[in-house]
Design a protein around this ligand. Structure first.
Ligand code: E4P
Length: 218
């Protein structure tokens, strides 16, 4: 399973990259706004900087909602760097645009996916990634991980190449659950990734090893 970090914060992206297990980055307009990144030039420069920090795919989201606008914005974003993946919302014009980008060899991430039917459309349009939002589904008493499982099974059955990118991950247990149902990618906050490091028996075991070493070596 690939790990993407779900942030536009450069320090956190660098920290995850330094860990050596990072496969890519996802951003969205809210995450960019949280970092205070505004204005076309600053936004473009920020995406370029992220691409220089990481080796893998970097999702950059369009803000247009009409076909022509999505195509224009997406082509501009894709031209910035070979690692850029154009993130397109799950709407009618978005699906049409994904089909176009797919025919041009431009990578896409279909975002704001909340049902298997939406994931089916994204795959048929040729999306590189589909992003079901599991945390936001959990927030409305619907099992987000169950949706990941359903989409993985459907894509396997029909042999779609679209990768299931579990998004809106809120904590470490979500990562484990996505791994259990076969998600291709989990895009996570840094805290959820580093949470995987933790186990009290590791801390107790290490303390004992070091204490025993000290007993005989001083
Ligand atoms: C990433 O691709 C999504 O935009 C993101 O995971 C949404 O997460 P949130 O539901 O925590 O805002």
């Amino acid at each position: 399973m690939k790990f993407f970090i779900d942030t536009a914060n450069l320090d956190q992206i660098r920290e995850a990259q330094d860990l050596g297990v990072l496969d890519g980055v996802t951003t969205n307009p809210s995450l960019m706004a949280k970092e205070g990144i505004s204005g076309k030039e600053n936004i473009i420069n920020h995406y370029k900087t992220i691409c220089e920090i990481v080796d893998g795919d970097v999702s950059a989201e369009v803000i247009s909602t009409d076909y022509e606008g999505i195509i224009k914005e997406g082509e501009e974003l894709a031209a910035l760097h070979e690692q850029i993946v154009v993130k397109v919302p799950m709407i009618k014009d978005g699906i049409k645009a994904i089909k176009y980008f797919s025919s041009k060899g431009i990578k896409t991430n279909c975002t704001l996916v909340f049902s298997a039917g939406q994931a089916l459309l994204a795959a048929k349009a040729g999306a590189t990634y589909v992003s079901p939002f599991i945390g936001r589904l959990d927030d409305v008493s619907t099992d987000g991980v169950e949706l990941i499982s359903q989409i993985v099974e459907m894509y396997n059955y029909y042999e779609f190449e679209t990768q299931v990118l579990a998004a809106s991950i809120r904590h470490t247990m979500h990562i484990i659950q996505c791994m259990e149902v076969g998600a291709d990618v989990a895009t996570c906050p840094l805290s959820a990734i580093t949470g995987l490091l933790n186990h009290p028996l590791t801390d107790i075991g290490l303390e004992k090893f070091l204490a025993d070493y000290k007993k005989v070596n001083g």
